[in-house]
Design a protein around this ligand. Sequence first.
Ligand SMILES: Nc1ncnc2c1ncn2[C@@H]1O[C@H](COP(=O)(O)OP(=O)(O)OP(=O)(O)O)[C@@H](O)[C@H]1O
Length: 326
Amino acid sequence: MSAGVSAVSSLPVSIRGLSKTYRVGFFLNKQVKALQGLDLEIAPGQVYGLLGPNGAGKSTTIKILMGLVRASQGQALLFGEPPDRPHVRRQVGFLPENPSLYEYLTGREFVTLAGRIFGMSGHDLDQRVERVLGEVGMGRASDLQIRRYSKGMVQRTALAQALISGPRLLVLDEPTSGLDPLGRRQMRDIILAERAKGTTILFCTHIISDVESLCDRVVVLVGGRRVQEGSVQELVSAKAPSVEMVVHGLPLEQLQSLGFAYEQAQQLDSRVLLRVPDADSHPLLQAVLNKGGRVSSVQPARFSLEDLFLDAMKQAGGQTVGGEIQ
Ligand SMILES: Nc1ncnc2c1ncn2[C@@H]1O[C@H](COP(=O)(O)OP(=O)(O)OP(=O)(O)O)[C@@H](O)[C@H]1O
C-alpha cells in the first residue's frame, strides 16, 4: 500500500469532489444542486463543524457519509472505505436531524436495541446502556415509552443510541436542536468528553457559539460549495484588519454622506458606531473632526465567527438559502 493511500485510510472522513443533484418537480424535470464539488478531510480526534445557512448542503453531506443518500459524483470515505461497509458503520455513531425513534419502546429498550444491532449483549450491554443514558441525562425517564417524551428527551435518547457502541467517529446533525439551555450545555459537555477520549466528531449546526466553543476546525458551506475552511482562530484572524470608531455630535446620515465604505454604520442612542478598513481610519477621523464631530473611542475591531459567516454568505453572491435550482 502506498503512503498516500494509508494516509487517506487513517482519516475518519475524506471527501473528494462530492456533488449531489436532486431531481424535483412533478415530472422530476428540475434539478437542485445541493452539493457542488465539495472537498473535505477530517483528521483523527478533531471536532469539525459544518456551518452554513438553510439549504447549504450540510445534511446532504452527512446523509451521503451515512450511506443514506447516493452521491451524484465524487467520493466520500470513512476510515478510507465506502460508508456502507458494515465494519465501517460499526465504528460510527450517528445522530440524525429530527430523529424518529420507535415510539412504543422505552428509552432504555430503544438504546438496548441499538446496542444489539452493534453486536453487543449481556451484562456489558446493560452496563453500557445505563452509562450512556446517565451521560445524556435520561437515567430517570428511561423506563417511559418514547411517545411520552418531549422533543429534547427524544434528542437525548437518540444521542444515547449514537454513543452506545463507543464509536471512533460521531456524526451529529444539529445536535442541540430542541434542547433547553441546560440540555445544550450537557450536549457540549458530552462532545468535549468524547473529544477527550479521542473520538472524532463531525457536527452541523446553525449555532455559531457552539462552533466557537467546540470546534477545532470549521467549514462554511454556501450553496453546496465550500467558501471557508480552517480553525476558528485562523478564519477570524485572516480577516483584513478594521477599526471601530464611536462618534458624537454628527447624525448618521451626515456620516454616511462623507463617502467612506463603512463595514458597519449604526446609530447607538446619540452616538454612532462606525467600522472601516484600517487604511480609512485616519482620513475618517480627520473628516469627523473637520465637520465638528467628537470621537470617544477608536479601537481595532474584533471579528467573530458570526461576522465571518455573514461575510461568506455575501461573497457567495447573496445566495443564502437553498441549493441552486435549474
Ligand atoms: N430529498 C430531497 N429532494 C429534493 N431536494 C432536496 C432533498 N434533500 C435536500 N434537498 C435540497 O438540497 C438542498 C440542500 O439541502 P440540505 O438539507 O442538505 O441543506 P442543509 O444545509 O442541511 O439545510 P438546513 O440548515 O436547512 O437543514 C436544499 O435546496 C434542499 O431543498
